[in-house]
Design a protein around this ligand. Structure first.
Ligand code: HMH
Length: 220
Protein backbone atom coordinates (compact mmCIF):
# COMPACT_ATOMS: atom_id res chain seq x y z
CA UNK A 1 0.00 0.00 0.00
CA UNK A 2 0.93 3.67 -0.22
CA UNK A 3 2.51 5.09 2.95
CA UNK A 4 1.05 8.43 3.98
CA UNK A 5 3.79 11.02 4.20
CA UNK A 6 4.11 13.31 7.20
CA UNK A 7 3.21 16.41 5.20
CA UNK A 8 0.15 14.75 3.65
CA UNK A 9 -1.03 13.73 7.12
CA UNK A 10 -0.68 17.33 8.38
CA UNK A 11 -2.57 18.70 5.40
CA UNK A 12 -5.40 16.36 6.30
CA UNK A 13 -5.28 16.99 10.04
CA UNK A 14 -5.14 20.79 9.64
CA UNK A 15 -7.29 20.96 6.54
CA UNK A 16 -9.60 23.66 7.85
CA UNK A 17 -6.72 25.99 8.69
CA UNK A 18 -4.98 25.19 5.41
CA UNK A 19 -8.13 26.16 3.52
CA UNK A 20 -8.43 29.42 5.43
CA UNK A 21 -4.88 30.24 4.29
CA UNK A 22 -5.23 29.10 0.67
CA UNK A 23 -8.87 30.07 -0.06
CA UNK A 24 -8.86 33.37 1.77
CA UNK A 25 -11.57 35.88 0.75
CA UNK A 26 -8.80 38.16 -0.56
CA UNK A 27 -7.34 35.68 -3.07
CA UNK A 28 -10.78 34.26 -3.84
CA UNK A 29 -11.83 37.83 -4.74
CA UNK A 30 -8.97 37.94 -7.26
CA UNK A 31 -10.28 34.77 -8.87
CA UNK A 32 -13.85 36.12 -8.83
CA UNK A 33 -12.76 39.38 -10.42
CA UNK A 34 -14.21 41.36 -7.52
CA UNK A 35 -10.88 42.31 -5.94
CA UNK A 36 -10.49 45.75 -4.43
CA UNK A 37 -7.48 47.20 -6.23
CA UNK A 38 -6.42 49.29 -3.26
CA UNK A 39 -6.20 46.05 -1.27
CA UNK A 40 -4.16 44.50 -4.07
CA UNK A 41 -1.75 47.45 -3.97
CA UNK A 42 -1.50 47.16 -0.20
CA UNK A 43 -0.68 43.46 -0.55
CA UNK A 44 1.94 44.26 -3.22
CA UNK A 45 3.76 46.85 -1.15
CA UNK A 46 3.63 44.80 2.06
CA UNK A 47 4.80 41.65 0.27
CA UNK A 48 7.80 43.52 -1.12
CA UNK A 49 8.89 44.17 2.48
CA UNK A 50 8.23 40.53 3.34
CA UNK A 51 10.23 39.24 0.37
CA UNK A 52 13.24 41.35 1.34
CA UNK A 53 13.16 39.66 4.74
CA UNK A 54 12.59 36.31 3.05
CA UNK A 55 15.99 36.67 1.30
CA UNK A 56 17.92 36.25 4.54
CA UNK A 57 15.54 33.50 5.63
CA UNK A 58 16.31 31.51 2.45
CA UNK A 59 20.00 32.24 2.88
CA UNK A 60 19.86 30.75 6.38
CA UNK A 61 18.13 27.61 5.02
CA UNK A 62 20.81 27.28 2.37
CA UNK A 63 23.46 27.60 5.07
CA UNK A 64 21.86 24.93 7.28
CA UNK A 65 21.44 22.68 4.25
CA UNK A 66 25.10 22.99 3.25
CA UNK A 67 26.25 22.16 6.77
CA UNK A 68 24.07 19.07 6.69
CA UNK A 69 25.73 18.06 3.49
CA UNK A 70 23.02 16.91 1.11
CA UNK A 71 24.06 17.95 -2.39
CA UNK A 72 20.69 17.47 -4.09
CA UNK A 73 18.85 19.53 -1.45
CA UNK A 74 21.43 22.25 -1.90
CA UNK A 75 20.73 22.54 -5.60
CA UNK A 76 16.98 22.84 -5.05
CA UNK A 77 17.34 25.50 -2.37
CA UNK A 78 19.93 27.35 -4.43
CA UNK A 79 17.27 27.53 -7.14
CA UNK A 80 15.09 29.34 -4.61
CA UNK A 81 17.90 31.83 -3.92
CA UNK A 82 18.25 32.49 -7.64
CA UNK A 83 14.54 33.07 -8.19
CA UNK A 84 14.21 35.49 -5.27
CA UNK A 85 16.54 37.86 -7.09
CA UNK A 86 14.19 37.89 -10.07
CA UNK A 87 11.27 38.28 -7.69
CA UNK A 88 12.63 41.50 -6.20
CA UNK A 89 12.93 43.00 -9.70
CA UNK A 90 9.42 41.83 -10.46
CA UNK A 91 8.05 43.63 -7.38
CA UNK A 92 9.76 46.88 -8.35
CA UNK A 93 8.47 46.64 -11.88
CA UNK A 94 4.95 45.77 -10.74
CA UNK A 95 4.95 48.63 -8.22
CA UNK A 96 5.84 51.09 -10.98
CA UNK A 97 2.99 49.69 -13.09
CA UNK A 98 0.51 50.25 -10.25
CA UNK A 99 1.91 53.60 -9.15
CA UNK A 100 3.01 52.25 -5.77
CA UNK A 101 6.01 53.97 -4.17
CA UNK A 102 7.94 51.17 -2.46
CA UNK A 103 10.40 53.57 -0.85
CA UNK A 104 7.71 54.97 1.41
CA UNK A 105 6.00 51.84 2.67
CA UNK A 106 6.02 50.94 6.35
CA UNK A 107 5.33 47.38 7.42
CA UNK A 108 1.93 46.82 9.03
CA UNK A 109 1.62 44.84 12.27
CA UNK A 110 0.89 41.38 10.80
CA UNK A 111 3.81 41.79 8.43
CA UNK A 112 6.13 42.80 11.28
CA UNK A 113 5.03 39.74 13.20
CA UNK A 114 5.74 37.50 10.20
CA UNK A 115 9.13 39.15 9.59
CA UNK A 116 10.09 38.62 13.24
CA UNK A 117 9.15 34.96 12.84
CA UNK A 118 11.40 34.68 9.75
CA UNK A 119 14.27 36.36 11.60
CA UNK A 120 14.11 33.77 14.38
CA UNK A 121 15.23 31.10 11.87
CA UNK A 122 18.69 32.55 11.43
CA UNK A 123 19.55 31.23 14.90
CA UNK A 124 21.95 28.33 14.91
CA UNK A 125 19.80 26.23 17.26
CA UNK A 126 16.97 25.96 14.71
CA UNK A 127 17.26 22.63 12.92
CA UNK A 128 17.38 22.21 9.17
CA UNK A 129 14.28 19.97 9.33
CA UNK A 130 12.22 22.69 11.02
CA UNK A 131 13.57 25.44 8.77
CA UNK A 132 12.93 23.58 5.52
CA UNK A 133 9.41 22.62 6.69
CA UNK A 134 8.68 26.29 7.27
CA UNK A 135 10.13 27.23 3.88
CA UNK A 136 8.02 24.59 2.10
CA UNK A 137 4.70 25.67 3.64
CA UNK A 138 5.38 29.39 3.11
CA UNK A 139 5.88 28.76 -0.61
CA UNK A 140 3.01 26.27 -0.84
CA UNK A 141 0.41 28.66 0.56
CA UNK A 142 1.20 31.10 -2.26
CA UNK A 143 1.35 28.34 -4.86
CA UNK A 144 -2.07 27.00 -3.88
CA UNK A 145 -3.67 30.44 -3.37
CA UNK A 146 -2.55 31.90 -6.70
CA UNK A 147 -2.83 28.60 -8.57
CA UNK A 148 -6.54 28.66 -7.74
CA UNK A 149 -6.81 32.10 -9.39
CA UNK A 150 -5.69 30.72 -12.75
CA UNK A 151 -7.60 27.44 -12.64
CA UNK A 152 -10.43 26.83 -15.06
CA UNK A 153 -13.44 29.10 -14.64
CA UNK A 154 -11.52 32.01 -13.16
CA UNK A 155 -12.58 35.63 -13.71
CA UNK A 156 -9.22 37.01 -12.64
CA UNK A 157 -8.71 40.53 -14.04
CA UNK A 158 -6.15 40.35 -16.90
CA UNK A 159 -3.86 42.86 -15.19
CA UNK A 160 -3.52 40.47 -12.23
CA UNK A 161 -2.79 37.33 -14.23
CA UNK A 162 0.97 37.95 -14.19
CA UNK A 163 0.94 38.00 -10.40
CA UNK A 164 -1.09 34.81 -10.23
CA UNK A 165 1.16 33.06 -12.73
CA UNK A 166 4.30 33.96 -10.77
CA UNK A 167 3.22 31.65 -7.95
CA UNK A 168 0.54 29.60 -9.72
CA UNK A 169 2.70 28.29 -12.57
CA UNK A 170 3.37 24.56 -13.05
CA UNK A 171 7.11 25.27 -12.53
CA UNK A 172 6.50 26.84 -9.14
CA UNK A 173 4.25 23.93 -8.23
CA UNK A 174 7.04 21.48 -9.08
CA UNK A 175 9.43 23.51 -7.00
CA UNK A 176 7.07 23.29 -4.01
CA UNK A 177 6.76 19.54 -4.54
CA UNK A 178 10.56 19.22 -4.51
CA UNK A 179 10.63 21.06 -1.20
CA UNK A 180 7.87 18.80 0.11
CA UNK A 181 9.92 15.70 -0.74
CA UNK A 182 12.88 17.16 1.16
CA UNK A 183 10.65 17.80 4.19
CA UNK A 184 9.20 14.29 4.17
CA UNK A 185 12.63 12.74 3.85
CA UNK A 186 14.00 14.86 6.73
CA UNK A 187 11.06 13.98 8.96
CA UNK A 188 10.85 10.29 8.10
CA UNK A 189 13.83 9.52 10.32
CA UNK A 190 13.49 12.38 12.78
CA UNK A 191 12.70 11.86 16.48
CA UNK A 192 9.10 12.44 17.56
CA UNK A 193 9.83 15.78 19.26
CA UNK A 194 11.46 17.12 16.07
CA UNK A 195 8.40 16.09 14.06
CA UNK A 196 6.18 17.77 16.64
CA UNK A 197 8.04 21.06 16.44
CA UNK A 198 7.96 20.94 12.63
CA UNK A 199 4.19 20.48 12.81
CA UNK A 200 3.96 23.50 15.11
CA UNK A 201 5.99 25.46 12.57
CA UNK A 202 3.59 24.34 9.85
CA UNK A 203 0.50 25.58 11.72
CA UNK A 204 2.24 28.80 12.79
CA UNK A 205 2.94 29.63 9.14
CA UNK A 206 -0.73 29.01 8.27
CA UNK A 207 -1.78 31.46 11.00
CA UNK A 208 0.73 34.05 9.83
CA UNK A 209 -0.39 33.67 6.21
CA UNK A 210 -4.03 34.14 7.21
CA UNK A 211 -3.00 37.26 9.14
CA UNK A 212 -1.10 38.55 6.11
CA UNK A 213 -4.15 38.20 3.82
CA UNK A 214 -6.35 39.82 6.49
CA UNK A 215 -3.94 42.74 6.76
CA UNK A 216 -3.88 43.16 2.98
CA UNK A 217 -7.62 43.06 2.53
CA UNK A 218 -8.78 45.14 5.47
CA UNK A 219 -8.59 48.88 5.69
CA UNK A 220 -6.04 50.05 8.24
C1 HMH B 1 3.48 36.51 2.86
N1 HMH B 1 4.05 34.34 1.92
C2 HMH B 1 4.11 35.67 1.81
N2 HMH B 1 4.73 36.24 0.78
C3 HMH B 1 5.32 35.49 -0.17
N3 HMH B 1 5.94 36.11 -1.21
C4 HMH B 1 5.27 34.09 -0.09
C5 HMH B 1 4.62 33.55 0.99
C6 HMH B 1 5.87 33.17 -1.13
O1 HMH B 1 7.09 33.52 -1.58
Amino acid sequence: GVEATTTAAWMEKHREMYERATRHPFTVSIRDGAVDLSAFKRWLSQDYIFVREFVSFIASILFKCCKQGDGSDMEIILGGVASISDELSWFKNEATKWGVDLANVSPLESNLEYCRFLQSFTEQEISYALAVTTFWIIETVYQDSFGFCIEEGNKTPPELLGTCQRWGSPEFKQYCESLQRIVDRCLANAPADAVKSAEEGFTRVLELEIGFWEMSSSQS
